[in-house]
Ligand binder design. Structure first.
Ligand code: DQA
Length: 148
């Protein structure tokens, strides 16, 4: 049994009421439940943390070192410019999956680049709430591959 840290960046606390045409109507609590149920089916635990502050997310990533086996991260808008998160993730040697509800590549040009993508194992974008199930399943699969 491993602990998977689900990390949620800025404005994701407003999911459910935030731009539902883009992000869907699923709340963050419901996404955490989807992630937890998916992880439980694979024998793992999910710990969740949301923050609107970059430094708090850096602290959470550092706190996962040596304690969590994987990080599933939706960095929100920080994806596009927050290099401190890139550096923090580079210090975490477990499995790392980036997840986005929307498909940033189909949106404004400034969303097309992610500074997070170079330091993760894989990316799940555009599947809205189902992406959280896919991302946790992907993390569990990579964990199994690393331990066998
Ligand atoms: C997002 C995409 C980002 O561009 C945006 O800033 C978000 C949410 C997504 O889940 O689709 O806050 O990460």
């Amino acid at each position: 049994m491993a602990t998977i840290l689900l990390l949620s960046g800025p404005n994701l606390n407003l999911l459910g009421e935030r731009e539902p045409a883009v992000y869907g109507t699923t709340t963050l609590d419901e996404l955490v439940a989807i992630a937890s149920e998916t992880a439980a089916k694979r024998g793992h635990d999910v710990e969740h943390m949301q923050s609107n502050h970059e430094g708090d997310l850096v602290d959470a990533i550092q706190g996962a070192r040596g304690r969590c086996a994987a990080i599933v991260f939706n960095p929100g808008a920080f994806s596009h410019y927050a290099y401190a998160l890139t550096d923090a993730l580079a210090t975490f040697d477990g499995v790392k999956v980036e997840v986005h509800l929307s498909n940033p590549h189909a949106r404004e040009a400034w969303r097309h680049h992610s500074v997070i993508s170079p330091v993760v194992d894989g990316i799940v974008t555009g599947f809205q709430a189902a992406g959280y199930r896919l991302a946790v399943d992907a993390a569990a699969t990579l964990l199994e591959e690393r331990t066998t």
